[in-house]
Ligand binder design. Sequence first.
Ligand code: HEC
Ligand code: HEC
Ligand code: HEC
Ligand code: HEC
Ligand code: HEC
Ligand code: HEC
Length: 339
Amino acid sequence: MLVRLKFIGWITALKLLIVFSATLWMFGSKGTAQDQTLRKPLDPKAWGSNHLGKPRPDYVSGDECLFCHRNDIGPTWQKTSHALTIRERVGAPGLESMITGQAGIEKLTTGFDFFLGSRHRLRFLKKDGYGKFALLNVQAVLNNDGRIEKLVESEKPAWDKDKFASRCAGCHATAVDPATKAFSSFSLDCYTCHGVVSLDHTNDTSLVLLSKKRRNDAKVITSLCAQCHLREGRSNSTGLPYPNNFIAGDNLFQDFEVDFSKADDGDLNAGDRHVWRNVRDVVINGDESINCLSCHQVHVSSSFKHRRVLRAPICSECHQGDGFKELKRYVVHSRLCEY
Ligand code: HEC
Ligand code: HEC
Ligand code: HEC
Ligand code: HEC
Ligand code: HEC
Ligand code: HEC
């Protein structure tokens, strides 16, 4: 009898322990996005700092970084879409061959010296003073084989001198001066993601953002990717559709105003919506369990890693049906980027 009682006592204690740990798990700091709805939304402006009103910094250029990082980063860098978002015409024979011989296109684009885009669309730019481009309205739509399928706005080709600076530069070029809207280099340099890098990092890698030792702050990572990937936000201080003097490491949301309801917008394509959703989970719901780098490897342009992430509500942005086997099809469009 005594033994029996003791046994029941143990079972009760065990049950209590299970209930207790389940409660801890549900309300603990690493809860899932669903549990977070029980909590008060966070103020996204609360942490960190920004560089509003400060001078555009000097930074070590990509060529200098690649001199030392030619073996680890060099081999893949020139193939990643971030390095290629703007390319000099002379350095892009593959894209050039789509134009040459195509009498119609060649004539419509006369005088351009840079390409913007390369995966779905091509836009055409020409130099227009220091750190400025003029943008041609004509666009080439690319098909899945990387060939020109058709042209858009080809009736009346016209160069716009202001649009690139006031609508595009902040996300397709590097370090835009808020006062003049001039960029310091075309396309995206290491600075856009790694920020200002001290050369002392060669001895202590914790000094450089996104090193193996410094890629654990979900808020910092989310801010730095979101500076370009939350399309349709607006800088409060400049009114421009890209951030004002943002430096990786800053809190984007102290000046960049965004509408987080886009994370629930069924009309938005999943390519953009999963970004909005992940950013909202991190900065509003305080769920730091998943960030862009859980799924994306920027230097090899791969999202293969995402298959190993534990199933979470965000998966349903693209997977549905039995066992999530069915992939939702989507096409990426953007009013801001005009495609
Ligand atoms: C300064 C702006 C900027 C920053 C910062 C930035 N991106 Fe991008 N990203 C772009 C642009 C522009 C493109 C499209 C380039 C093109 O096709 O011309 C792009 C494309 C991509 C793509 C699709 C193409 C591919 O390579 O698979 C992914 C995924 C991506 N970015 C993820 C990220 C992540 C993750 C971060 C943060 C570590 C990040 N980006 C930071 C501007 C940026
Ligand atoms: C807030 C940042 C931001 C601004 C401002 C911006 N873009 Fe983009 N753009 C992006 C990002 C991020 C991508 C990649 C999105 C993706 O692939 O899902 C992109 C992709 C593109 C693409 C598609 C490239 C391809 O081949 O897939 C084109 C074309 C483009 N942008 C043109 C423009 C033009 C033209 C402007 C100015 C009128 C502009 N963008 C302004 C962030 C921006
Ligand atoms: C679009 C954002 C982005 C740009 C631009 C970028 N990086 Fe990175 N870098 C990252 C991220 C994110 C990581 C963390 C590893 C990963 O997820 O790929 C990283 C990691 C690294 C690493 C460490 C690699 C490792 O083994 O962990 C080095 C070195 C590096 N970057 C150098 C560079 C250099 C040099 C450039 C410019 C030529 C550059 N990066 C441009 C985002 C970027
Ligand atoms: C003088 C040579 C040199 C220059 C210039 C240089 N680096 Fe490095 N970098 C190193 C060395 C050495 C290391 C430490 C060894 C390693 O991990 O590669 C390192 C490490 C890193 C790491 C961390 C790698 C890890 O394993 O965690 C990153 C990220 C990085 N560098 C980015 C950059 C960026 C971005 C630039 C340009 C702004 C740059 N480096 C310029 C030599 C250099
Ligand atoms: C749960 C995993 C996961 C997270 C978190 C995630 N992504 Fe993605 N993302 C993916 C997958 C998978 C794709 C699809 C790649 C494909 O179509 O091959 C994708 C596609 C993209 C694309 C390309 C859309 C297109 O087709 O042009 C961009 C840009 C992108 N992600 C940016 C981001 C950014 C920025 C973040 C962080 C705010 C982020 N992603 C967070 C898994 C994720
Ligand atoms: C932005 C869209 C997107 C999101 C979000 C996304 N996936 Fe995927 N997933 C894809 C695409 C596209 C593929 C097929 C190509 C590939 O592997 O990238 C895929 C493939 C997979 C595969 C391989 C399936 C097979 O049959 O081979 C697994 C497993 C997977 N995803 C798991 C997940 C998990 C778990 C999540 C959430 C943590 C997630 N995915 C979120 C787009 C997405």
